[in-house]
Design a protein around this ligand. Structure first.
Ligand SMILES: Nc1ncnc2c1ncn2[C@@H]1O[C@H](COP(=O)(O)OP(=O)(O)OP(=O)(O)O)[C@@H](O)[C@H]1O
Length: 265
């Protein structure tokens, strides 16, 4: 087997409940190289979050294996930080406190207090949130909460950053600002990122590769599209770029022609 930074190796996942078993994912095979930005797109309920949860180690695979740097993933760990659609900040802690909690957990034994403080501030700076460090989650906007969630994830220095529709609950303008931030951070840090999205433009704008899932049950990877756009990418310039338009069309055709979603009766 050839080496890949992250390997989803012929993975299947079934859930059993009250005597019946549903196969959600079947034979999902994917290799991701270090520093790649990969989006997963597919219709509602096809198993995107399930796949991300398997990579996060939040749920076990039924068949196959997930390997990060050749080591099998079978439990959660700070090397795979996850940001969800709805922020999961602790309401009683400040913005700083939320990031600090994660930093203390991961680096409590290796960084001094002063280093941990500087590291928290550095990560809040990265997402342009240091000005709000003393605010509580209830005092900041949805977009700001997602920025803090991102800072907290980045502060763990994960090998792989997992984003489960991180901008899904945001208005279009806030979403665009956050997409730009994520592109800037990816350019600066070179993180390996796997992002679930329903948004075709977002997938094309941000990704090196777009993994398109077939409909469930027993969903699999239908196609993988390489996005041939140089970085840095500017959304306004891309709108008229033939390669951008072509990539967008390929994803749309996959979703709305070849794998049209049929609502269950
Ligand atoms: N813990 C679980 N137990 C039983 N079934 C589950 C469990 N988690 C997910 N499923 C089922 O797996 C299928 C895929 O769900 P999943 O949330 O992964 O899809 P998704 O593509 O992320 O959907 P969406 O785009 O709507 O968020 C669904 O039918 C769901 O009901």
């Amino acid at each position: 087997m050839t080496y890949s930074y992250l390997k989803v190796d012929h993975v299947a996942k079934s859930f059993s409940r009250s005597g019946s078993t549903t196969e959600v994912l079947t034979d999902v095979d994917l290799a991701i190289e270090k520093g790649q930005f990969v989006s997963i797109i597919g219709h509602s309920g096809c198993g995107k979050s399930t796949l991300l949860n398997l990579i996060a180690g939040l749920t076990p695979v039924t068949f196959g294996a997930i390997l990060l740097e050749d080591r099998e993933v079978n439990s959660p760990g700070p090397d795979r930080a996850i940001v969800f659609q709805n922020h999961s900040l602790l309401p009683w802690l400040t913005v700083y406190g939320n990031v600090r909690l994660a930093v203390d957990k991961v680096f409590g034994g290796t960084k001094s207090r002063a280093e941990r403080h500087r590291w928290c501030m550095h990560n809040l700076d990265l997402v342009q949130m240091s000005h709000a460090k003393d605010k509580r989650p209830s005092e900041i906007s949805g977009g700001m909460k997602q920025r803090v969630g991102l800072a907290r994830a980045l502060a763990m220095e994960p090998k792989v950053l997992l984003l489960d529709e991180p901008f899904g609950a945001l208005d279009a303008l806030t979403r665009a600002h956050l997409q730009d931030s994520v592109m800037r951070i990816h350019a600066t840090l070179g993180n390996t990122v796997i992002m679930i999205t329903h948004d075709v433009d977002e997938a094309v704008l941000l990704s090196d590769r777009i993994v398109m899932m077939t409909n469930g049950p027993a969903a699999r990877i239908g196609e993988v599209l390489e996005v041939p756009l140089a970085r840095p990418r500017q959304r306004l310039e891309l709108a008229a770029d033939p390669a951008y338009i072509h990539s967008r069309e390929m994803v749309l055709k996959f979703l709305y022609e070849r794998h049209r979603f049929v609502e269950a009766a």
